[in-house]
Every structure is written in structure tokens, then in C-alpha cells.
Design a binder for this molecule. Structure first.
Ligand code: CP
Ligand code: NVA
Length: 318
């Protein structure tokens, strides 16, 4: 693992940002360092250097968004570039027009594509057929921008990541949990997935990450955790399963009782948002001093600026 001044000076550049697993530990750490530099620059000088002047990002959304849409659009502006919002109705990715055709057309107009899709194959096809960098802004399979942000937030808030114990509660098989597990392996974070059978991660995914992972349906899995993480029980596209999911996951709510069960008075809480308050998390936790929810949401901006600066601006990974 590399941190601080121990980073090697030549790290291969990325062509796309599709999944955490395809990055090396060094590439992942370099993006974290770049995010920190860009955040500090913005905080200290009130602005970033316009390294993306004249560059345009097309943003395709098949699903709704607050954080991803606004943080990418504002991030492009902060770096001197421009972002173009394309709704699902307009593009009809995979319906009105195939992903390979959309990729080849957009590649003649813009310098990068960010896509939020249902079918993960669509982001892979955009990357395969286009000639500009593609960023996965969430698919049914993964949410790598969120995971980069989550690790950045823990690094910033907790200092040291190695050996930190994170317990993830709820739907341990969803896109956010998948990317978090992949990212944990890049930085030495230990993860306990605390989820009922049927909502636990694919054992093949657990086996392929370098993370120290335990999977349990027992709420005792939270004892001694430094950080708790949860996400909605019903992800976008799963609305028809809402009742069944809510029943299956009801015990795994992060509430005051669960916080007490960690036996850690300083335990902190993450949630990628949007929260379904009263389901996976209570107001009493989400709005408490231990909640990092809004720092985490705000860091989407800084983490994604690093991705943009590297992929569209050619800023090297060091
Ligand atoms: N966390 C996240 O991706 O939020 P949005 O769905 O609002 O973009
Ligand atoms: N798992 C959630 C994440 C939202 C950011 C979903 O896919 O809806």
C-alpha cells in the first residue's frame, strides 16, 4: 500500500473510470491524493486552475440523481470546463439508439462521457466503442465514484485507514456495497458485511477483493466497529420489491440501539444518500454529531474532480 510520500513517481494513466477493481492500489491512492490537492486548492485559493478549459463532459442519466449530477456539473465548471446533461428520454441509451452508436457519436462532440445506467454492460460498451474517457456514474452493478469518495472521506476524517473496521449494514449485494468492498481492498480497510442471507455479497466478489472481509447476518458484527455504513434497502429500479426488502432488512436499521451495540462511543456513520429515513437509518443517527453524511456528500465534488482532472485534463497520477 502506498500513502503520503511513499507514492511511486510513475503510475500508469487510466483510460476510463468504470470500476474500482480495475485500478491498482497505486492508481487508487493517486486519485485520493489528487482529490486532496484539488480540494485544498479550492479551499485555500477559492478557485481551481482552469485545467479543463475548452473541455466538455456529456452526462447521460437513465436514473434520477442529485449528488452525481450536481457534483459533476459543478466540478467541470470549477475546472474551467462545461457539462451537458442528457436525459434518458432524450438519448434512449439501448432503446432509441445502441450504446456503441451513442458512444461513437458523442466522441465527436465531447471530451468525456459520464453515464448513470441500469445495465452495467452499457457503460462498458460506451468505453469500448467511444474514443473518449467514460466514467461510471452508477450502474446496477457498481458505484465507483461513490466508493472513491467514501474512502476519501474516511481518510480525511479518520486519518489512518489501515486496520480501520467498517461495518456495512443492509443490502450487502448492491452497487454501493460492491464498490466499497473493492475500494476497501485498495487501502487496507477491514469490512464486515452485516446483512441477512439473500442480501449478502457474491462470494466470488469477496474472494477477488484484497480486503479483509467478514460476512455475517448477526448484528454482533457491529461490535467494536469504527464506522457504520448503510445505503437504501431498495435501490433505483427495485421499487417493485420494496415491501419484501423492507421486511427482510428491518432488523438492520442504524438506530440508537444499534449505535449502542457497537460499544464504541466514537463510532461514525456514513450513508451515500439519498436516505430513506425511518427505513435503513433514523433521524436520530443521521442528524447526530457522529454522522458524516453531508461531509461525505460534499466530497463527491472533490473526488470526481480528481477523476476529471486526470481523464480529461491529463493531470498525471503521482
Ligand atoms: N449518492 C448518489 O449517487 O446520489 P445521487 O443518486 O443523488 O446522485
Ligand atoms: N443503491 C442505491 C444508491 C443510490 C446512490 C441505488 O442504486 O439506488
Amino acid at each position: 500500500m502506498h500513502a503520503g510520500n511513499s507514492l511511486p513517481s510513475t503510475i500508469p494513466s487510466l483510460s476510463h473510470f468504470l470500476d474500482v477493481q480495475s485500478l491498482t492500489n497505486e492508481q487508487f491512492w493517486a486519485l485520493l491524493h489528487l482529490a486532496r490537492r484539488l480540494k485544498e486548492e479550492r479551499m485555500q485559493a477559492g478557485r481551481n486552475e482552469p485545467i479543463l478549459a475548452g473541455k466538455t463532459l456529456a452526462m447521460i442519466f437513465q436514473k434520477p440523481s442529485l449528488r452525481t449530477r450536481v457534483s459533476f456539473e459543478v466540478g467541470m465548471r470549477h475546472l474551467g470546463g462545461y457539462a451537458l446533461y442528457l436525459s434518458h428520454e432524450e438519448v434512449g441509451l439501448g432503446k432509441r439508439e445502441s450504446a456503441p452508436d451513442v458512444a461513437r457519436v458523442l466522441s465527436g462532440y465531447v471530451d468525456g462521457i459520464m453515464a448513470r445506467v441500469f445495465d452495467h454492460a452499457h457503460v462498458l460498451q460506451l468505453a469500448e466503442w467511444g474514443s473518449v474517457p467514460v466514467i461510471n456514474g452508477l450502474s446496477d452493478y457498481s458505484h465507483p465514484c461513490q466508493a472513491l469518495t467514501d474512502i476519501f472521506t474516511l481518510w480525511e476524517q479518520m486519518g489512518n485507514l489501515t486496520g480501520l473496521q467498517l461495518a456495512y449494514l443492509g443490502d450487502g449485494a448492491n452497487n454501493v456495497a460492491t464498490s466499497l468492498l473493492e475500494a476497501a481492498g485498495k487501502v487496507g480497510l477491514s469490512v464486515r458485511i452485516v446483512s441477512p442471507v439473500g442480501y449478502q455479497p457474491d462470494p466470488a466478489l469477496v474472494a477477488q477483493t484484497d480486503a479483509d472481509v467478514t460476512v455475517t447476518d448477526d448484528l454482533d458484527g457491529v461490535i467494536g466497529a469504527d464506522v457504520l455504513y448503510t445505503d437504501v434497502w431498495t435501490s433505483m429500479g427495485q421499487e417493485a420489491e420494496h415491501q419484501q426488502r423492507s421486511a427482510a432488512l428491518a432488523e438492520y436499521q442504524i438506530n440508537d440501539q444499534l449505535i449502542a451495540h457497537t460499544r464504541n462511543a466514537n463510532v461514525r456513520v456514513l450513508h451515500c444518500l439519498p436516505a430513506h429515513r425511518g427505513e435503513e437509518i433514523t433521524d436520530s443517527v443521521a442528524d447526530s454529531d457522529r454522522s458524516l453524511l453531508f461531509a461525505q456528500a460534499h466530497n463527491r465534488l472533490h473526488a470526481q474532480k480528481a477523476i476529471l482532472a486526470h481523464l480529461l485534463g491529463g493531470i498525471p497520477l503521482v
